[in-house]
Design a protein around this ligand. Structure first.
Ligand code: EPU
Length: 420
């Protein structure tokens, strides 16, 4: 398994470009199953998660071609069963359920297990399919959904921890080919949901309201091929902004949609960093000592859970005491024990991390546990004295395109040690 070594305390400066969004690409690639015609998706990042999704599409019968960030999928014929071996590597593979149900009126997909960030149930996805008229059966670790026909319905996507992103996506993808009108209430408002709705509309769907709490879908009889470019990855953008804040003299993050990362730039400004915003770039630079922060994760447009770990790394060395509360995945704190190994002072009080800023972090061998926790450890390593060795780098490769190379271009001393 590869490792990443970070020789800390080297100031970052310059500019980096954000890749296409992982969490847009995954459902959009799944949505290509909804038509027999060829779809071309541009800006798909080169990540293990996007590779897994293409493997699943290929298994299901699609012809897939990939040249750099451009992926072409032609799903002239598809089969509707995705077994454990094919889907187990990635929880987001659950988002083939909606398009398969929409197109084939049946789908069998192995149930996603829990993961280190929490239980990850899919009850709301299934409730949505049932409302559209599908029967749901769980047997032998597989989930089977089938319906003689799908009919529009009113569906509420609110769960205990807010609306569900992939659940909203899944129901939207099933409903575009249902008879009549579907109304999704308490829909997730994330930009990735809007990107998927735009893609589906470009395929001939009739969706209104994506990005608001109510999405209205008028079913159509068929969709056609299209070409689409995915939005920039707002979590990668946020991660580089925090990198600039934690270790930068002045870092610009380019090819970003600033409106998608307002909650992150607001939080950094509250910490005292100087933020400048252009049409498609944001720069961050130090402005004296960083202040402590009170922060809580919320569904979009609130502060993203996918940036919580990185902020914990940042405030580990701010003055005073910071409070970071995780409202979406209350157990998403795998990074805390590792940050503590680097000298951070963090206490968990339920879903709140109470972080007493220290003057310096010290490099240490640490283990990546999930994608964003791993990014947080790399960021902490940029600030730490000495060498930080992050193992299990495959977690980072699931969701950050060339993170080590991009940080190196900004002046970090970082190297990847290839597994023998
Ligand atoms: N939930 C339910 N029932 C459901 C579905 C979700 O109770 O049927 C709960 C979850 O347990 C959680 C909350 O609802 O407490 C929100 O989960 P959501 O369904 O929105 O998560 P997701 O759609 O499975 C996507 C991203 C995650 C991101 C979350 C929240 C993708 C591929 N994944 O997951 O991204 O953390 O939304 O914003 O889009 C990541 O990129 O590192 C990542 C984990």
């Amino acid at each position: 398994m590869d490792k990443i070594l970070i020789y800390g305390s080297r100031p970052l400066s310059g500019s980096t470009k954000v890749s296409g969004s992982k969490n847009s690409s995954l459902p959009i690639l799944a949505a290509t199953l909804l038509t027999r015609e060829r779809c071309v998706v541009q800006g798909v990042p080169d990540l293990s998660d996007t590779h897994y999704m293409l493997q699943i599409l290929t298994y299901l019968g699609a012809q897939v071609e990939r040249a750099s960030g451009t992926v072409s999928v032609a799903a002239e014929k598809v089969q509707s069963v995705a077994p454990y071996d094919v889907v187990r590597k990635m929880r987001a593979s659950v988002c083939v359920l909606g398009p398969l149900l929409g197109r084939c009126k049946e789908a069998t997909v192995s149930l996603p297990g829990g993961c280190v960030i929490g239980d990850r149930p899919i009850d709301l996805h299934l409730k949505g399919f049932e409302a559209l008229g599908a029967t749901v059966r769980v047997k032998g670790g597989n989930i089977k959904v089938f319906a003689p026909k799908l009919a529009g319905a009113v569906i509420n996507m609110q769960g205990r921890f807010g609306p569900t992103v992939l659940g909203t996506d899944n129901v939207m993808m099933a409903a575009v080919l249902a008879d009549g009108m579907t109304v999704i209430e308490e829909a997730a408002q994330e930009p990735e949901v809007v990107d998927l709705a735009n893609f589906l509309n470009e395929m001939g769907a009739k969706i209104e309201g994506a990005g608001t709490r109510r999405i209205i879908i008028e079913g159509v009889s068929a969709l056609h091929g299209t070409e689409h470019r995915v939005i920039p990855d707002r979590i990668e953008a946020g991660t580089f902004l925090v990198a600039g804040a934690i270790a930068g003299k002045g870092v610009t993050v380019a090819r970003v949609k600033p409106e998608h990362v307002c909650s992150v730039t607001d939080a950094l400004a509250r910490c005292g960093f100087r933020i400048e915003i252009g049409a498609d770039w944001i720069s961050v630079s130090p402005n004296g000592d960083a202040s402590p922060l009170e922060l809580a994760t919320e569904p979009y447009p609130g502060f993203p859970t996918d940036m919580q770990a990185q902020m914990c790394a940042l405030v580990s060395t701010s003055r005073g005491t910071s409070f970071v509360t995780e409202n979406i995945f209350p157990r998403r704190y795998m990074h805390v024990a590792e940050l503590k190994r680097m000298g951070a002072q963090v206490q968990l009080d339920g879903a709140t991390a109470v972080i007493q800023g220290v003057d310096r972090l010290l490099g240490a061998p640490v283990m990546a546990s999930d994608l964003r926790a791993s990014a947080a450890l790399v960021l902490a390593g940029l600030k730490a004295d000495g060498i930080t060795e992050v193992s299990r780098v495959y977690h980072i490769d699931r969701g950050y395109e060339r993170l080590d190379e991009k940080l190196s271009d900004l002046g970090a001393h970082i190297e990847r040690v290839k597994a023998a």
